[in-house]
Design a protein around this ligand. Structure first.
Ligand SMILES: Cc1cc2nc3c(=O)[nH]c(=O)nc-3n(C[C@H](O)[C@H](O)[C@H](O)COP(=O)(O)OP(=O)(O)OC[C@H]3O[C@@H](n4cnc5c(N)ncnc54)[C@H](O)[C@@H]3O)c2cc1C
Length: 596
């Protein structure tokens, strides 16, 4: 099914997540002959397991809904959040060309979006924050249009899907199916469709969220004539002097082929989630790298960063945080080992608290996952130096059955196996639960009593749960009470799950300029080398202003770099927004091939 690997092309792209495929698709539309090589048997990377949200302020969907803020507003917000790490050149390029990047995909590709017009920024009290209109998500994608190519796409992650069903904006139905007829009917329909799809196509065909994003970009790449090769890993870069002129690619039979790329090579291997050496070097809480658990696929082993360094590019170590932190619990796998389950949903629901080994809370649990982990790092460093970084999410029986707790799903799904494996802890009293978890029992009992007292009035004076719009979006819209994020912890039995340091992806990457050109130690571009997605050092400087700040920039800088590689000027953004920061004349001279 896959075409033969070409011996030469214009643009060679390593990896097949959002960073890779957006660059590949746009470059192909601009007339370049593009080849994509993916190390894994499937295309899509972490992108295909993600939520599919992309932070792109002033995007066309927001504007169509009348949300038309000046570019100075998101810029002000990003400046406030990123502080000393604010990168004006990159942020200005991102804000200037983001809307066009979304429009380009709408006009020319199979990618469709749903709006994020009511999705708030993470830091609702910061200057320039908005309560919606700065993000888009991939719209559901009908995988049947991929035909036999659907088998080449990474399936949804088994750990956070249900019976292999790809879940996205319809998550609430899966959470309510045990207690609401409309949701039960909805989930039943999806289960039946899944069963039928499996009989007919061997797999589910309705793809949502990040799987829809990967599917739509993959389809767009096929449509645009991109040459796509799974089971092919880039293992080295070809150089002519200091210029990168192609790559050495290892095929499924172990043989290596040189692929020459006239206009450049794009590193888009998804950062370093499973590179222990790099984690040890850049994650202060993980001295051997193994004290950190990423939710990304295991094939993301940091190849792109190493390849970049081999050609003289430098990895940016100046970020505020080197990873996109998230609390994860470790789910035992049937064949042995564990997989990291990111806690992105239930922390904001009313009736859950997170505590350290003293039984003390340390954060507004409903807040963003990155902030949760930063608070835990601080607490552990100050109160428990030298001890493993960990916390427990704790709730009562009603909560667990209503919302689930990590991988322990809500009613009517059973939790017995997770109790037996030790993943989920249960006890009749708070003190007994504390003893099971190794938490200070008196400390925990005091915390629960204090929390409950204010929670009865829907208040959280200690940490302000529910004070900002982001928290409330994560809460329970059906909660009877003044605060959708706060309810007392009621009668037992009680449940707890241990969470440890984890991440959704990595922030530190190859240093680039605002065209995504990899930079060397002298600050000059390494000719012929680009970095995209998480192989490109995060333009947010290691901060997490809003959901979608990896996939949004991945899409936008894929679009920007494709123009640069093709020697094409970027369309000028709207005059009202000021001139483009990316003058076409800034492009380095390079051989032009196959102009459109
Ligand atoms: C549960 C979850 C939810 C998330 N939700 C969101 C969200 O809603 N919004 C958001 O912005 N971010 C989200 N993220 C983070 C986001 O998914 C990642 O940051 C993003 O997908 C990274 O994209 P990428 O293109 O850099 O890499 P990836 O999508 O990881 O793709 C990299 C690809 O490169 C391949 N590769 C590696 N080495 C080589 C090599 N040597 N040669 C060839 N190929 C190679 C890998 O196999 C992989 O397929 C989420 C992450 C998780 C785990």
């Amino acid at each position: 099914m896959a075409p033969e690997l070409p011996a030469d092309c214009d643009l060679l792209v390593a990896g097949s997540g959002a960073g890779a495929l957006s660059a590949a698709v746009v470059a192909a539309h601009l007339g370049l002959r593009v080849a994509v090589v993916e190390k894994e048997p499937h295309f899509g990377g972490t992108t295909a397991w993600s939520g599919g949200w992309m932070f792109v302020p002033r995007n066309p969907l927001a504007r169509a809904a009348g949300i038309d803020e000046p570019v100075s507003e998101p810029r002000r917000y990003l400046q406030a959040i990123c502080g000393p790490q604010f990168r004006a050149t990159h942020i200005d390029a991102f804000l200037a060309h983001g809307p066009d990047a979304v429009q380009f995909h709408l006009d020319r590709t199979a990618l469709r979006f749903v709006d994020g017009n009511s999705v708030p920024d993470f830091h609702g009290k910061a200057p320039g924050a908005r309560n919606g209109g700065r993000s888009v998500c991939a719209a559901p994608f009908d995988g049947r249009v991929l035909g036999s190519h659907l088998a080449r796409l990474r399936p949804p992650c088994a750990l956070w899907s249900f019976l292999g069903i790809s879940i996205g904006g319809d998550l609430r139905h899966f959470l309510r199916a045990g207690r609401a007829w409309d949701s039960f009917a909805y989930v039943t329909r999806r289960v039946l469709r899944q069963a039928w799809d499996r009989l007919r196509h061997g797999r589910g065909t309705l793809r949502m969220a990040g799987n829809a994003l990967a599917a739509a970009l993959f389809k767009s790449a096929l449509d645009a004539g991109v040459s796509l090769h799974e089971r092919h890993a880039v293992v080295g870069l070809l150089r002519d002097g200091n210029r990168v002129v192609g790559a050495r690619v290892r095929g499924p039979d172990g043989r290596e082929h040189d692929v020459r790329a006239r206009n450049g090579v794009v590193l888009a291997c998804g950062g370093f989630p499973h590179d222990d050496a790099r984690k040890a070097a850049l994650y202060p809480h993980a001295p051997t790298g193994r004290e950190h658990w990423s939710a990304a696929p295991v094939a993301n082993t940091g190849d792109g960063l190493r390849l970049g360094e081999s050609a003289g590019a430098v990895v940016d170590t100046s970020l505020a945080q080197a990873g996109a932190w998230a609390p994860v619990s470790l789910v035992p796998l049937p064949g042995g080992g564990v997989q990291a389950f990111p806690h992105l949903v239930e922390r904001g629901k009313p009736g859950l608290i997170a505590v350290d080994r003293d039984g003390r809370r340390f954060v507004d649990e409903a807040g963003d996952y990155h902030g949760f982990m930063r608070a835990l790092f601080e607490r552990c460093a100050s109160a428990h130096p030298g001890q493993p970084v960990q916390a427990w999410l704790l709730c009562d029986h009603r909560f667990q059955r209503r919302f689930g707790l990590g991988h322990a799903r809500p009613h009517p799904l059973p939790v017995g196996a997770l109790l037996r494996s030790g993943y989920l802890r249960r006890a009749d009293t708070i003190e007994a639960l504390a003893a099971q978890c190794g938490i200070d029992a008196a400390g925990l009992a005091g915390t629960v009593a204090r929390y409950n007292q204010a929670a009865r009035d829907g208040r959280d004076p200690e940490y302000g749960r529910g004070d900002i719009a982001y928290d409330r979006m994560q809460g329970d819209p059906e909660h009877h009470g003044p605060n959708p994020c706060v309810a007392p912890i009621g009668p037992g039995p009680y449940y707890a799950v241990r969470v440890v340091p984890g991440s959704l992806g990595t922030f530190a990457g190859v240093k680039t300029d605002e065209h995504s050109r990899a930079l060397g130690a002298d600050g000059q571009p390494v000719p012929g080398l680009y970095a995209a997605g998480n192989d490109m050092s995060s333009v947010m400087g290691g901060h997490y202003p809003s959901g979608g700040i990896t996939l949004g920039p991945a899409l936008v800088f894929g679009y920007i770099l494709a123009h640069h590689a093709a020697g094409r000027p970027l369309p000028m953004p709207g005059v009202a927004d000021g001139a483009s920061t990316l003058s076409p004349t800034a492009a380095e001279p390079r051989p032009r091939t196959v102009p459109a």
